[in-house]
Design a binder for this molecule. Structure first.
Ligand code: NDP
Length: 341
């Protein structure tokens, strides 16, 4: 099977690439930008299991010849550029597409709403159009988000796919639109799109602006004597349903094999914890004594306060269950930062 992962330099994309490579029987392709950080791919680089193919002025035949099927093949592509995306799709002829690339940071979307909408919506549009024009028939996973639910009422949890969507950030609006676009291309042209509403997923390589990773990194910095023993926090009362990114990678594979095109699936653990509980857990893993200080810059204009997944639809379709306990996820994340600060 030929697998194309957009956003392969991100946390989830890098784990998904390793998942398919280690599983065997898959040709793995990923799109990257010239300026993309390569940190998340360092394990693949170190073991010589990655190959960069610069699309540049080369035509599709030349790009295809440069691929090494035993490695993760990285193709330079600008996803907001339709020409670039057509070349990417023509060169890789994917049978599975995992569309993960996105401006994925909710607070960043208030600061750059137009860029968020442009990246998240137009990139997907370019992929769907390229697939349609070329007459390929891949199964396409679209990474929607639990943020689409937005304002969730206390009597609506755990949240089912049928819950109303009340998005309250530009990021969430972009994800609702991505989902609608996927549905429209399924209905209008029969493209095999499936949308996941992923609840938070965490683990090694999580960007340090996300709350779990921010706390873990700060603890590692304090342990290393590189930060005063003060942890800056935002709102600690909101609740999240945190899965391990490696369980989510496995879920995505099951999704494209077993789920129904045109449908939407929640992916989450079914356990909801406050951000305070997550911080307390991390602090039990370290011997440091810290002061916890609220930082106004970390507060959001409107916050999603309650996320708790009912993933029974996805579990019934695939048999998926999360396997990695939350404690392990957080310990691995903290150890990741201990090795990187
Ligand atoms: P990351 O932020 O770790 O990775 C995002 C990826 O998108 C990176 O590879 C980044 O590339 C790429 N990207 C960003 N902007 C652009 C652009 N303009 N053009 C091309 N590529 C771009 O995200 P995650 O791995 O955490 O998430 C993957 C997907 O899942 C995202 O769509 C996210 O919204 C969604 N999601 C994630 C959840 C989570 O908790 N992790 C929960 C629900 C949904 P570069 O390295 O070049 O910046």
């Amino acid at each position: 099977m030929r697998v194309l992962i957009t956003g392969i330099t991100g946390m989830t994309g890098s784990h998904l690439a390793e998942y398919f490579l280690n599983k065997g029987g898959f040709e793995v392709y990923g799109s990257y930008r010239r300026r993309s950080p390569r940190l998340n791919l360092e394990d693949l680089e170190r073991s010589g299991r990655i190959k960069y193919v610069e699309a540049g002025v080369s035509d599709v035949k030349v790009i295809k010849k440069a691929f090494d099927k035993s490695k993760v093949n990285m193709i330079g592509a600008e996803l907001t550029d339709a020409f670039s995306v057509r070349k990417l799709i023509a060169a890789t002829e994917p049978e599975y597409i995992f569309h993960l690339a996105a401006q994925s940071y909710v607070p960043g979307s208030w600061n750059a709403p137009a860029e968020t909408l442009q990246t998240n919506i137009i990139s997907e549009l370019n992929i769907l159009e390229a697939v349609r024009e070329m007459g390929f028939s891949p199964t396409i996973q679209i990474a929607g988000s639990s943020e689409e639910y937005g304002l969730v009422k206390p009597d609506e949890v755990p949240i089912k796919e049928t819950n109303p969507l009340r998005p309250i950030s530009p990021y969430a609006v972009s994800k609702v639109t991505q989902e609608m676009l996927a549905y429209q291309y399924f209905r209008s042209y029969g493209l095999k799109t499936i949308t996941t509403r992923g609840f938070n997923h965490e683990g090694p390589r999580r960007g340090d602006n996300f709350v779990t990773s921010s706390f873990a990194k700060q603890i590692a910095l304090i342990e290393a004597g590189k930060q005063e023993p003060i942890i800056s926090v935002g709102d600690l009362t909101s609740k999240r349903d945190w899965a391990d990114v490696r369980d989510v990678a496995r879920a995505y594979h099951l999704l494209v094999e077993k789920c129904q095109p045109g449908e939407v699936y929640n992916i989450g653990t079914g356990v909801s914890r406050t951000i305070q509980e997550m911080l307390d857990l991390l602090l039990t893993m370290s011997s440091i004594k810290v002061e916890v200080k609220q930082d106004a810059a970390r507060m959001r204009p409107s916050d999603v306060t309650l996320l708790w997944a009912d993933a029974s639809k996805f579990k019934a379709a695939t048999g998926w269950e999360p396997e990695i306990p939350f404690e392990q996820t957080m310990r691995d994340l903290l150890n990741y930062w201990r090795a990187h600060v």
